[in-house]
Each structure stands twice: as C-alpha cells, then as structure tokens.
Design a protein around this ligand. Structure first.
Ligand code: ZN
Length: 289
C-alpha cells in the first residue's frame, strides 16, 4: 500500500476531527486520472477507511477543475502490474479484448465499485468541469455538493464509445436525461444536476470547501455504525433494483465499442487503453470514459 508521503497526485488532509479529505492534485492535467492517481486515490481512500477516527471522507479536486476524466496521455511506461492491483482480473497485457477488459475492469469499473462501497459516508466537492471518468468519481460518493460553475458531461460517444465504464447515467439523472447527455455530449449545469437529484446542494464556488466541511462535520457528529448501516441500506436498495447488473451489462457494451474501434477504425489499443494520445499543444488534456 502506498504511504502518505509517497503520494504524487493526491493530498490527504485532516481538515476537522472525524473528517478526512482526499484531494486530486494534478491541476496542470485538470486532475486527469492516470494509473498513478487511480492507485493513489485508492490508497488514500483505504487509509481513511482504515482510520477509526475518520467518520466522513470528502473527495475533492484541486482547482481549477474537479476532473477532466481518464488520462489518455499514457503512464510514462508504467503498467497496471506496477501498482497494487486490487481486483482478481489478470492478463492485462494480453492482446485484443482480453487485456483491455481486464485492465478496465480493474481500474475503471471494479475500482469505482470498491470506492462506492467504502463503509463510511463520502462527499464529493465538485467545481469546474467534471467529465466522464470524473463523473464516475463524483458518482461513487454518497453525496455530491457542486459549486455554481460546475458542469457535468460524458462526451465519449464522440470517441465511438457508449459511455464511461462506470455507467451511472440512468441512475443519476434518469433515463431520458441520460440519453440526452450521451447523445449530445453536452454538459449539464450544477443547477440541472441538482434539479435532477444528482447533486445534493449547489453553493457559491468560494464557499464550496467550507460548506462541504460543515456538512461533513454535521454527519461526523452522528454514530458511525448507524451511518454505515444506512449507507448499506441505500446501496443495497440500488443493488436490489439491478444497478450493478445493469452497470456490468453496460460495461460489456463499452468493451464492444472498443473492439469495434480496433476492428473497423484500426484504432490501436495503446497503454492508456483506447486512443492515440493527442499531439502536444492541442489544448486541454485528452480525456475519455
Ligand atoms: Zn474504456
């Protein structure tokens, strides 16, 4: 397990008694999620879960944006096997669909599922852009507080992909809005997301962290075991409605799209998992679902 001082891409903070805050800290990459950040997020969340003094976990993104999604620019030669793999899928280097589904199962589907099931309340503090894989990080948290400027989008249909691997859209915004988000690739605003029930509160940007901390402290004042059980009860209700099975099914379609891209469009599966990195100087870091 990565220790606190080993983190390169996240910060672990203790802003108040009973509250841990895990901050994605790759501002130059708009907090795009590479392997390093994935496993450091996992280590930091595990650390918060391990600490009996921590009752509520806040997940935040260093300014200016919460997260631009998965980082397509590669991992400086590192592979999944270079990190403390948490799932049981293997064969990450196998050719074709076999390696890709293993890799994405580990870092994009089951990793998020693991975070969603942390037996402590979690709160996402979202500002600026929250795109594709960034959406998934917000979605796995129990509560989402957004600043007024926050926007949420999953534009990966443009890349020939059905939607981000952790397919929460229909559960988060309803089936009809989910289709519009996917079909158009356009962002919904924080106020839209609040109206649709995806976001708990919308607050001014300069108050975001303080308001989230205040909420976290209110929750942390309550008994942890009952909090865990109420979280479990809600998560189990979603599971009973078939949320996980639906996500697994959507993940299979996502993999079908990757294979189609390889077969028909001759897009190589590179170490980042999908598309060739954009050329230097082409603007914002590429991101994907
Ligand atoms: Zn994928």
């Amino acid at each position: 397990m990565l220790e606190e001082n080993d983190y390169e891409t996240v910060r672990y903070e203790s802003p108040a008694p009973g509250v841990a805050r895990v901050v994605m800290d790759r501002p130059d990459a708009r907090n795009a999620q590479n392997l390093q950040m994935t496993y450091e997020l996992d280590a930091a969340l595990q650390r918060a879960a391990d600490d009996d003094q921590v009752k509520v976990i806040v997940v935040a993104g260093g300014d200016p944006h919460f997260s631009s999604g998965h980082d397509l620019r590669g991992d400086h030669g590192k592979q999944v096997e270079d990190f403390p793999v948490v799932g049981m899928w293997r064969g990450f280097q196998e050719p074709g669909a076999e390696g890709l589904i293993s890799r994405e199962s580990e870092i994009y589907l089951r990793m998020y599922r693991r975070w969603r099931d942390i037996p402590k309340p979690t709160i996402a503090a979202v500002q600026g852009k929250c795109i594709a894989g960034g959406l998934a990080i917000a979605w796995v948290c129990d509560l989402i507080v957004a600043s007024e400027d926050a926007t949420f989008s999953d534009p990966v249909v443009d890349l020939g992909i059905s939607g981000v691997e952790y397919f929460g859209h229909p559960w988060e915004v309803g089936a009809r809005k989910a289709k519009e988000m996917l079909f158009t690739g356009e962002a919904i605003t924080a106020h839209d997301a609040h109206r649709l029930g995806m976001v708990n509160h919308v607050v001014p940007r300069d108050e975001l962290q303080a308001r989230v901390l205040e909420l976290a402290e209110r929750i942390a004042a309550r008994p942890l075991f009952a909090l865990k059980m109420s979280k479990q009860a809600v998560n189990q209700s979603q599971d009973a409605q078939g949320q996980w099975q639906a996500m697994e099914a959507a993940f299979s379609l996502h993999q079908l799209c990757h294979s189609h891209n390889v077969q028909v469009h001759k897009i190589p599966v590179n170490p980042a998992g999908l598309l060739p990195p954009k050329k230097k100087g082409s603007g914002a870091p590429p991101s994907k679902g």
